[in-house]
Design a protein around this ligand. Sequence first.
Ligand code: G3H
Ligand code: 13P
Ligand code: ZN
Length: 309
Amino acid sequence: MGLVSLSEVLEKANANGYAVGAFNFSNLEFLTGIIEAAVELESPIIVQTTEGAVNYAGMGLLIAMTKTAASSVKIPVALHLDHGKDMDVITAAIKSGYTGVMIDASDKPFSENLSITRRVVEQAHARGVSVEAELGRLMGQEDHIDVSERDAYLVDPDEAEKFARETGIDALAPAVGTAHGAFKYKGEACIDFERITRVKTDCGLPLVLHGASGVSEWIVAKAVRYGADLPGVKGVPDELVSRAIKAGVNKVNVDTDLRLAGLGALRQVLAEKPAEFDPRKLLGPVKSAVKEVVSQKINLFGSAGKGRT
Ligand code: G3H
Ligand code: 13P
Ligand code: ZN
């Protein structure tokens, strides 16, 4: 089918009240595991790479792999740059074949975030590339959200409306209480659903939930059984993700769950087959584990069957 724009995928989701998974990858096994799951469930799919993934594998290879994979399937596939911060990388992604870019200037003051984002929108839209931007602050990989200081980091709904109107972005990632990585909460998991509803009502845009991995027992258990040291991991329970989608989220970002599932599969095969040295036998199970998680997410997000052509 070839790659489609991020907007094309998200506008349908926005009009019909479901979400599409945006899954991070930086190698062949993750990419093919993600796409195979989407094909089996006839779901549209977003595959995304961070700047870290670009440094690891090279932008040219990531684009070529994704274009080739997309051209041989019938479902819509979008290739998105996740958390773009470096303008050179963002420009290269826009010019080289990504169909969506995220400009993440959320660490800058509001007016600076707005003007940087507006510049990216001008550049991207001139080439038919969609733009996602972030408002409020998501915590980093190792940060824990302390409930008492949480609100200061969350999106301001009044700012969100102005930001959307003045930048012309295609999707907005509002900070609503989630965090990246495997250690998201010290106490009870929580998301500010009222804030999502307000931002949605005021902006009408497809909203993006970052840091949405569930870090569920069924994903973590195998890695721990085979020796992983992961005390205190905690994610966003499925019910909360479902409620966020009902409140207006149309793109759900998942990276950590794929990493954890892949880790479990790799640890198991290394432990059970110490004589194995064929990379396909070692990494094939990683791909299968990624595919299993993506399948579960597609069903949770409500996008199964929505990629039928
Ligand atoms: O924000 C997305 C990721 O979970 C972090 O990915 O290690 O490729 O920067 P990275
Ligand atoms: P997780 O760390 O929860 O998988 O979030 C990934 C993400 O938001 C990528 O942008
Ligand atoms: Zn993110």
